[in-house]
Write a protein that binds this ligand. Structure first.
Ligand SMILES: [Fe+2]
Ligand SMILES: [Fe+2]
Ligand SMILES: [Fe+2]
Ligand SMILES: [Fe+2]
Length: 408
């Protein structure tokens, strides 16, 4: 059973990296927003179920930032673009199980009490939880709660008072002022925040249904893919192909969902790689290439901490390993790489070679297979799997396999 709160925390770290890449937000931003939201919510008398659902939403509040950036560059920073990450972020977050419905929690995290936010709603027209996440988010972005000192506390208090009655309702602002103590702020420092959140966030043992396992994985793949224009469907496509191939190999449903999950999450470490490198046209320098290569280790770092995802984390992290030991991040060789490791490595290459990248056009199935046979010939990847992919994936026009069906 996957620990949902672990997964929320792991995903929040990846999303913070995106927020840092684009807006200079600090690491653990989402965790601090979650921890402060919980303290404000307690003062306002929220039940544990509401506190948990709000903290989880805070961890995911900017999950659709990657899509927002894409739409922003397409459409210039319009209110429409700002709304996009709110609407899509809400939709993605709803794929998780919650003890209290999170309707509007993510969608309205940029609304202001005076109606000047992107949807123009006024206080009382959007959920209290969204208003709490909003104030915690702004406080951290503007003042950096990670500093954890008295000077920062004074600045935050001044900032909140300044916008009470306009951005923040009097009720939320006064709870935020009351919640903000020096010990709380000190517990927000980078080295303490993870433990702080674990201590303060109420616990719920939420179990993911099969459908939720698929949907959460799909949502994660989507978030990861949008990090770069060039990989807009990369993880989603690999996950679908992993689902298809695992069916062809006769695995049972539980195993197929686990393989699908590993495929969906395999490049989560790419959230840490600057877009300027991912999208660089032309050849990468040696330094840039070694930065890109760190994504596989980062995938491992994030996922192996999630209770119940240990095996999935391994499969995901091993997708750039080679049978002769020349791959990364661990340099594992044939005897340490199981069948699923090998399958995902092959699917990753197949997909990457077929889809257009800054440095090459998309290729046909036949050209892709020529490259893959040459790689298996050199002892890098599993020859049997390469043959299976050749036989199975040739059936699909444009290399697009059927998406995982609704009746899972
Ligand atoms: Fe946001
Ligand atoms: Fe934020
Ligand atoms: Fe990768
Ligand atoms: Fe990949």
């Amino acid at each position: 059973m996957i620990s949902v709160s672990d997964l929320l925390m792991a995903m929040s770290i990846g999303m913070d990296a995106v927020e840092k890449d684009f807006f200079g937000a600090m690491p653990y931003h989402s965790k601090r927003v979650a921890a402060y939201s919980v303290e404000i919510g307690k003062i306002l008398g929220l039940t544990d179920a509401r506190l948990y659902s709000m903290a989880g939403s805070a961890l995911l509040h900017d999950n659709a930032l990657t899509e927002y950036i894409v739409s922003e560059t397409d459409l210039d920073a319009t209110p429409w673009a700002l709304k996009t990450h709110c609407v899509k972020g809400q939709k993605n977050a709803e794929n998780f199980p919650w003890p209290y419905p999170i309707t509007g929690f993510v969608q309205y995290h940029h609304e202001f009490a005076d109606g000047t936010g992107p949807f123009g709603l006024k206080e009382n027209e959007y959920p209290l939880e969204a208003a709490i996440i909003c104030i915690a988010d702004r406080v951290d972005v503007l003042h950096g709660m990670y500093k954890g000192d008295e000077k920062t506390m004074k600045e935050i208090k001044r900032g909140i008072k300044e916008h009470t009655g306009s951005y923040y309702s009097t009720k939320v602002a006064s709870a935020a002022l009351e919640a903000l103590t020096l010990p709380l702020l000190e517990s927000m420092k980078d080295e303490k925040i993870s433990q702080t959140l674990r201590d303060r966030m109420p616990r719920f043992n939420m179990e993911l249904s099969d459908r939720q396992r698929i949907n959460v994985s799909k949502a994660a793949a989507h978030i990861i893919d949008y990090k770069s224009h060039f990989t807009e469907t990369h993880s989603v496509q690999i996950a679908d192909k992993a689902w298809y191939m695992s069916g062809a190999y006769g695995y049972d449903r539980d195993m197929r969902i686990r393989i699908f999950t590993a495929a969906a999450f395999h490049d989560i470490g790419k959230l840490f790689i600057p877009t300027s490198i991912l999208e660089k046209p032309g050849r990468l320098t040696e330094d840039e290439f070694s930065i890109i290569k760190t994504h596989a280790a980062k995938t491992w770092n994030l996922l192996h901490q999630v209770g119940g995802m240990e095996q999935v984390a391994l499969w995901a992290a091993n997708h750039h390993e080679k049978l002769d030991g020349s791959g990364y991040p661990f340099g594992r060789s044939a005897k340490e790489l199981d069948f699923i490791d090998r399958l995902l490595a092959c699917l990753d290459i197949y997909q990457a070679v077929r889809e257009p990248r800054p440095y090459h056009e998309g290729r046909t199935h036949k050209d892709t297979m020529d490259i893959m046979y040459s790689m298996s010939g050199k002892g890098f990847i599993d020859e049997g799997i390469v043959r299976d992919l050749d036989r199975e994936l040739v059936k699909f026009e444009g290399g697009v396999t059927p998406t995982v069906l609704d009746n899972v």
